[in-house]
Design a protein around this ligand. Structure first.
Ligand code: F6R
Length: 261
């Protein structure tokens, strides 16, 4: 696991965008795993800017989102399918139907979840997965207690996650759905490169557990310690509880330029 601590959100976003740009140059039909929420927004802004400047193209790429609320109407602005269209897809040149998400309004939820895992596998698996992390240590919506082997399935959101996400629902926690469909931890672990972004002190404890805590279902993100290629991009606030923060800073400062993330 590589930990990069930089105090400029734009510099963190640029690193993630560099990795995506390099991947797309190498494999224009790469498969991207796309998180929603606040954490990836600067990355999506940077990708949109690079696309505008003609520096990269998503025309042959495909994308899979991580999760979806259950029970939001198709035209709800906070449906993750709508959010990813707004934040990234509509700003670049993905082909029609190239980005999909779990179907939170499916009548047969187990089949919709199994179909989603099959679709990711049929596409060849995710080459680069962008992730955020919840204050309770969730990745995607794998809340504490999630099985490390889990596949895409329905989950109940914790009260903490619903409180955290109330900001997207006019501050009204009761408007945040109680259930979601989410890629499982087992599904996410199959991505070939995982780039997790976290900023702000609210994430500091979850980040400490992710990087330095014991691997435990109580902090689901800790399963990433078992992945062979994870990059954790942090601002100083999110890094503020790391025991080995100074070591990570020195390691990154001394890294050869050719290495990338
Ligand atoms: C969103 C997702 C969640 C968020 C996490 C952090 O698709 O899977 O795990 O990444 O809740 O959310 P933000 O980035 O809004 O703090």
């Amino acid at each position: 696991m590589e930990v990069v601590i930089l105090d400029e959100p734009a510099a963190l976003a640029a690193l993630a965008a560099d990795a995506i740009g390099a991947l797309l140059r190498d494999r224009p039909d790469a498969v991207l795993g796309l998180a929603t929420g606040s954490s990836p927004l600067a990355v999506y802004d940077e990708l949109a800017a690079r696309f505008e400047r003609g520096e990269l193209s998503f025309a042959a790429a495909r994308g899979f989102t991580l999760d979806e609320y259950v029970g939001l109407p198709a035209d709800h602005p906070e449906r993750y399918r709508t959010v990813i269209d707004r934040d990234l897809v509509s700003r670049v040149d993905f082909g029609p139907g190239a980005v999909s998400g779990p179907d939170g309004s499916a009548s047969d939820i187990p089949e919709a979840c199994a179909a989603y895992d099959r679709a990711i596998a049929t596409a060849g698996g995710v080459d680069l997965q962008i992730l955020g992390i919840g204050t309770d240590g969730h990745i995607a919506f794998n809340e504490p207690g999630s099985s490390f082997a889990s596949r895409t399935r329905i989950k109940t959101l914790t009260r903490q996650t619903r409180l955290d996400n109330a900001r997207f629902f006019d501050g009204n926690v009761d408007a945040v759905p109680t259930h979601c469909l989410t890629q499982g931890l087992g599904t996410i672990m199959e991505a070939r490169h995982i780039v997790l972004l976290a900023t702000g002190t609210a994430k500091a404890e979850a980040v400490h557990q992710l990087v330095e805590g014991p691997v435990s279902a109580l902090w689901p993100a800790t399963i990433l310690q078992h992945h062979r290629h994870v990059t954790v991009l942090l601002d100083e606030a999110a890094a503020s509880r790391l025991q080995l923060g100074q070591y990570y800073r020195e390691t990154y400062a001394g890294k050869p330029d050719w290495q990338g993330i």
